[in-house]
Design a protein around this ligand. Sequence first.
Ligand code: M6R
Length: 612
Amino acid sequence: MCGIIGVTGRPSAVDDILAGLRRLEYRGYDSSGVVAVLEDGLGVVKRSGKLDRLDAALATAPLAAATGIGHTRWATHGAPTDANAHPHLDPAGRVAVVHNGIIENYRALRDDLAGAAFTSDTDTEVVAHLVARELDGPDGVDLLEAVRRVSGRLEGAYALCVVSADEPDTIVVARRQAPLIVAAVDGVGLCASDVAALIEHTDTCAALLDGQLARIRPDGYTVVDADGTAAAADEFTVDWDLSSAEKQGYEHFMLKEIHEQPVAVAETLLGRDDGAGNVTLDELRIDPSELARIDKVFILAAGTSLHAGMAGKLAIEHWAGVPVEVEVASEFRYRDPIVTDRTLVIAISQSGETTDTIAAAEHARAQGAPVIAISNVVGSTLARAADGVLYTRAGPEIAVASTKAFTTQIVACLVLALHLAQRKERLFASEARDVLDRLDTLPALVQRVVADDTAVLAAAERFKDVGYTMFIGRHGGLPIAYEGALKLKEVSYLHAEAFPAGEMKHGPIALIEPGSLVVAVAHDGHVFAKMVSNIQEVRARGASVLAVATASSRDALAEHADVVLTVPDAPHELAAPLLTVLPLQLYAYHVAVLRGADVDQPRNLAKTVTVE
Ligand code: M6R
């Protein structure tokens, strides 16, 4: 959560920091702050609330300095107040720290600093105190060494960014289980939580590895390991540009990203076979024979990525013939999952930085399971930790509500299912090629749906005030029911829940009364007739029904539903979720806009969840 940026070597570092924070705001947006290293010490401005408040404060009291760091926060310890906003300083105001993550032993560390006065409720402030004490210590250490020593005492997860009035052109960063990248270009040193903040400066960055620290100065950066020995920087090139991270005329990032899906899906499908019908991944560090032996698959993910995994399960079981369990990542490592070296773990994460998903994947890997990551961020922590990677190539997803990541994750799951099926010799190259050819028609079909949202908007206007919506589906419609409900609750704050349609009679149907709204995902296919029965059951009890149909199921649904939103027939039944989700993304979007909700920055949420 939380976004961090540091700049040294620019005439007005604070302007660059503010611009970077704008691009990081999706990581957290309940308060923000900057510190600039001025000639006579550190200058700090921080405000609770959205970044505009910080911007306004800086407009009236500008901070002119060549070096500074900034932070946009998603509160973990301490309410989102001015006092708890980052940066945090030592009592003398000589060291300033911004932090993403949680220092789990901060209470014990505070106790060790008996008598010290703290001005916030955060876990972060203690780090500033400790670094200042190291700087004041008998050894006369520099800032890098001081932060290194303090890092060794910290438990938990952190990306730390530290400046000191004593080293005006230096920023020191440290990383454990929270992303941090550094860069240097034309006499400017930079660091940030992710590339979105740096993309206007450079497309060449280096990701710190767990335990590493870096000293950043205008003339470049040096990376050291936890023991202080010099380490090589792990550089990578960012393959998208500034325009990808901007709204480009759309009112919201969510809408822009919904409309980017045709291209995102096309990109994710691009070049997925080697020309001879063999389905390939982007990176594979697993012996193909290992995949051939797989007898069980776990798909681990959170939120929207989990729902994509549910659609992926159907494809893997269908083509590869391997049993698949889909599990919430945060639950996986706290039970006793049965994992062997014949268990494949597929970890799905748009950001590749979700702590729960990374930890679950590492837990399985430690027990010998190979891990394949599906991620949208090249070089993300998850991608680096995995034995194989399939990138979703959706481009940067900024809106908190995930849309294009979801559809591309389903594409990735389909491709991976074909790959596995081939490794297990269950699919001829010609068959795989045939499926891929059919999937290649998807971008045009996606385009048809997102290009015309007239019917969705009308439905949103009709149902926008219904306080509770029940989403139902079967087979490939079920993940879409879950995803439709998640989208609606995330951006509109309306209560929405999803159930397998067949489960309704076992309890949830008791909630149905005249005026209830049921969204039924009912594409054509082998469970369609059963869906129609379930729709009739809720309608008979007074519910209004908003159905999502495919062209072939539309007519049969028309007499049973109040509104039918139709998408084209899918090129394969397993690809139907990729189309049926689109009207529900647009529905959630329009309901949120009509209700005046903050679509791109919903309350209480952050884009990337880097705490447990
Ligand atoms: O980056 P990840 O895919 O790991 O993120 C997982 C979830 O936090 C994410 O999908 C979340 O549920 C979205 N806000 C959904 O729109």
